[in-house]
Structure formats: structure tokens, C-alpha cells
Design a protein around this ligand. Structure first.
Ligand SMILES: Nc1nc2c(ncn2[C@@H]2O[C@H](COP(=O)(O)OP(=O)(O)OP(=O)(O)O)[C@@H](O)[C@H]2O)c(=O)[nH]1
Ligand SMILES: [Mg+2]
Length: 239
């Protein structure tokens, strides 16, 4: 996991993890700070008589009530870096008020932040899947406004070298994306995809995709270097 990689790579950096998903049951790591100590999805379901979706919406709104507790815990650790893991349902974290509010209010002073948006390798192998993900990435960027965003191609071990190259190339060269769309999509999807990729080319390139695999520990050095470049002063604290 990325925290372990960062601290192994640079023992000078103290890093912690913060889980902000109140609904997660099994995690591949043990978070240092956990929203579930304050708010658990199943309890919200029971208390308010809601199904999992309604409870998740309410839980993500209720999270702001525990901001001070989370801040207190972070301060106790006094870390250099905090890796924040949010629920995968973007409409809950990024599209409601909670996410941007938490992102802007955790930590104080000269703290620097970055949003990592994951392009899941399972979803981006066809132009239409890539473009849908690109739209989501762009809307997250809009929501978090001034926070720099890193777009990561995650689970890259599921793709061949050629496939990785193709997808990364789409993120840098929208003409290549248009060509692939022309070749591989048809009908309305093709028309829509062409229009959308045209909009992205007009806007100029979004950030380059960084391919990574946690499973194979691949690409993490590049991601780490990229993060360090964003956090260009080594005296500041990084969230
Ligand atoms: N092949 C491969 N699988 C991975 C990698 N990282 C995570 N996974 C697996 O992908 C599955 C889904 O994990 P995530 O994509 O992290 O999603 P999640 O945390 O379950 O769900 P949300 O956070 O709600 O989106 C799990 O079975 C992970 O073990 C990776 O680098 N490579
Ligand atoms: Mg998760």
C-alpha cells in the first residue's frame, strides 16, 4: 500500500491513513484513523430506517459532524502525509458538500493537498469507458476546484504493456482517442464520444495518466515523484 511504500522509500516522511468510507466492511489495510469509529453505515440504516443507498447519502452528510474529532486525531499523529481513502461512490463524496468541505477543512496553515482520481483498468479499455471516466475525472476536478488532481490508471497489472500505452496515450493525445473512437465505436456512442473528446481537445490536455499497480508495486515510484513535485516544498505538510 502507498503509505508503506512512501515511508520505506523515504523514512524521513511520517505518513498515516484515514478511512472516510463509513460503509466498508473489509479493507486491505488497517487505517490509522477511521470514520467508522464515529459513524457506521449499518447503524445509520437501523437508526433512520433507511436502505443502504439512503443511509450512505445521510452518512456522508453526517461525517462533517466529526471533522473536529478527525482533526484532533490527525494532530495527535502530527504526520507529514495523510492518505485519505474515500468511498468509491463519487456522487456521495465529491458531488455533495461533504467532500470539498472535508478536503478544505482538514488540517491547518500551509498544508498542501492533492486529489488522486483512479481510472480503474477494468473500465477504460474501450474509448467509451475511457471517456466516461474522463468526464467523471473532470467533474471531480471541478468540485475540488483549486486542489491539484492526479489521474491514476489503477490496477495496471490487469492490462498488457500495449494496452497501458494506448490508454495513457489517449489521456495525452485526444486525436488518438478520436481515432480509436472512430475505429471501435459506432452509432450514437461514437457521435457522443467524438463530441466529448473534441471538447477535451479544445480545453487542452488534462493531466497525464500515471499507470500504477498496487498488486505488482509497479509505477509507485513515478506516482511518488509526481506527488513530491506537486508538494514542491519539503517543509510543508502534505494531505
Ligand atoms: N489486479 C489488481 N487488483 C487490485 C489492485 N488494487 C486493488 N485491487 C483489487 O480490486 C478490488 C476492488 O478494490 P478497489 O478498487 O480498491 O475498490 P473498493 O475499495 O473495494 O471499493 P470503493 O473504494 O468503494 O470503490 C479488490 O479485490 C482489490 O483487492 C491492483 O493493483 N491490481
Ligand atoms: Mg475503497
Amino acid at each position: 500500500m502507498l503509505r508503506d511504500y512512501v515511508t520505506e522509500r523515504d523514512p524521513e516522511i511520517s505518513a498515516i491513513t484515514l478511512n472516510l468510507d463509513p460503509g466498508v466492511k473489509v479493507m486491505p489495510y488497517t487505517p490509522d484513523i477511521d470514520i467508522r469509529d464515529y459513524l457506521v453505515l449499518e447503524e445509520v440504516m437501523t437508526k433512520y430506517g433507511l436502505g443502504p443507498n439512503g443511509a450512505m447519502i445521510l452518512a456522508s452528510d453526517l461525517m462533517v459532524n466529526f471533522l473536529d474529532d478527525l482533526k484532533y486525531e490527525i494532530d495527535e499523529y502530527n504526520p507529514d502525509w495523510v492518505f485519505v481513502d474515500t468511498a468509491g461512490q463519487l456522487e456521495l463524496f465529491a458531488f455533495r458538500e461533504t467532500g470539498p468541505l472535508i478536503a478544505s477543512s482538514l488540517g491547518f496553515g500551509s498544508i498542501q493537498r492533492a486529489v488522486s482520481f483512479l481510472f480503474d483498468s477494468n473500465l477504460v479499455l474501450r474509448p467509451n469507458g475511457f471517456i466516461s471516466t474522463l468526464l467523471l475525472a473532470a467533474s471531480v476536478q471541478f468540485r475540488f476546484r483549486n486542489i491539484p488532481q492526479i489521474n491514476v490508471l489503477s490496477k495496471a497489472d490487469l492490462l498488457s504493456e500495449d494496452q497501458i500505452e494506448m490508454v495513457v496515450n489517449w489521456s495525452q493525445d485526444f486525436k488518438a482517442l478520436e481515432d480509436s473512437t472512430n475505429e471501435r465505436e459506432s452509432g450514437l456512442i461514437r457521435e457522443l464520444s467524438m463530441l466529448i473528446s473534441e471538447v477535451f481537445s479544445q480545453l487542452g490536455s488534462t493531466s497525464e495518466l500515471i499507470s500504477c499497480s498496487i498488486k505488482e508495486k509497479d509505477g509507485l515510484d513515478y506516482l511518488f515523484a509526481y506527488l513530491q513535485r506537486i508538494f514542491d516544498s519539503d517543509k510543508s505538510k502534505f494531505y
